[in-house]
Design a protein around this ligand. Structure first.
Ligand SMILES: [Zn+2]
Length: 375
């Protein structure tokens, strides 16, 4: 097979400008680098927020696509192994954690409970003029240092492409200290909410309730492990939802863990109102600034000894667990993928995730859209 020398990637020149597919020369792969031939890369609401300029301090232009799975195409002599120490080989299917720390900045040296680096190299957020093959919405991705977190998998790409979105809810459940049998309420049944249900089930949750819609997604929520589903289209009033959702919790006492996966400010007060005494609220749906939420510190927090956990990223450990969870789901995970599109249609994919797009594409409701750069 000839060495790849040209890449096709989707780039975003500036906020509020259309996506552009461009060709990009590929440099030789250095000793501490790895070139991945992308099989699939997911489209995420974060990509919509990036395009609309909703993420403070985001650097433009950018190559997009941070949820990727592919095969090892070229391997530098010093690149070595995957995260578990397994020797990598050409042709291995790998899932790559998009963010790689530089390892030398003050945040990296200090270390901390949460992933922190002052100079992340992020696949899917990289400048195409400075870093070639820097996004999953392209034929190739270059891992630019041996510090990249790479995970070998034997499961199909349609399944493992869901690893990255599953990692955030797993990080949340880990930080919340989920115990075996804990009751869990998931607010929202988008891809993150559905993967949160699957993660809670896999990690040993007891009764799981999901609030969301429409009906097709609630069916998937049940298949992934929700015991009770509440259709937001049927119980439209917030106070009525709190009453109903609490009534179906074990003993009617509320939930040990509530996960916010909707990205709507009003969900905060509603979800806190459904917490059991001593429960933990996990905020992971607001990846962009969509406005303020109002809570009552006594009623929502102190009176129930509530704990708040906010999650903006994940550790390699959570990412590895996420991969094992989606591998275990198999076809049930692949059922979340509703559309497969070529690079040229990346804009259609992003538009479909906007309220104006109506969450529909090519006549069907949108779940997880994936880009296949070889279509
Ligand atoms: Zn650093």
């Amino acid at each position: 097979m000839p060495d790849p020398t040209v890449n096709r990637v989707v780039t975003l020149p500036a906020p509020d400008s259309p996506l552009v597919v461009r060709e990009q020369p590929l440099p030789p792969v250095l000793d501490d680098q790895m070139l991945v031939r992308v099989e699939l890369a997911g489209v995420c609401a974060t990509d919509l927020h990036i395009q609309r300029g909703h993420i403070p301090d985001f650097g433009y232009p950018a190559t997009l696509g941070h949820e990727l799975v592919g095969t090892v195409e070229r391997l530098g002599a010093g690149f070595g192994s995957d995260v578990s120490g397994r020797r990598l080989a050409i042709g291995d299917r790998v899932v790559v954690m998009p963010a790689t720390p530089d390892g030398v900045c003050p945040s990296c040296r200090r270390g901390s409970r949460v992933p922190a680096c002052d100079d992340w190299d992020v696949i899917g957020f990289a400048n195409p003029d400075e870093r070639p093959a820097g996004g999953g919405w392209g034929r190739y991705v270059l891992c630019t240092s041996a510090r990249a977190r790479v995970f070998v998998t034997r499961a199909p790409a349609e399944v493992t492409v869901l690893t990255e979105p599953a990692a955030t809810p797993i990080e949340g459940l880990t930080r919340a200290g989920l115990r075996y049998g804990d009751s869990v309420l998931v607010q929202g049944t988008g891809t993150i909410g559905l993967l949160a249900i699957a993660a809670a089930r896999a990690l040993g949750a007891g009764h799981i309730t999901a609030i969301g819609g429409p009906a097709r997604r609630l069916g998937i929520a049940r298949a992934l492990g929700a015991d009770t589903v509440v259709d937001i289209g049927e119980v439209r009033d917030g106070a009525a939802r709190i009453e109903h959702v609490t009534a179906v919790s074990p003993g009617g006492l509320g939930y040990d863990v509530v996960m916010e996966c909707a990205g709507v400010p009003a969900t905060l007060a509603e979800g806190l109102s459904c917490l059991a005494a001593g429960g933990t609220y996990i905020e992971l749906g607001h990846f962009s600034d969509v406005g303020d939420a109002s809570i009552n510190p006594y009623r929502h927090l102190l009176s129930r000894d509530a704990r708040l956990v906010a999650v903006s990223g994940y550790t390699p450990d959570a990412f590895r667990t996420a991969l094992r969870v989606v591998e275990g789901l198999g076809d049930a995970a692949a059922a979340l993928v509703t559309h497969r599109l070529p690079l040229d249609r990346a804009q259609d994919a992003v538009d479909a995730l906007s309220p104006e797009g109506g969450y529909r594409l090519d006549g069907t409701e949108v779940g997880k859209i994936v880009i296949d750069p070889w279509m």
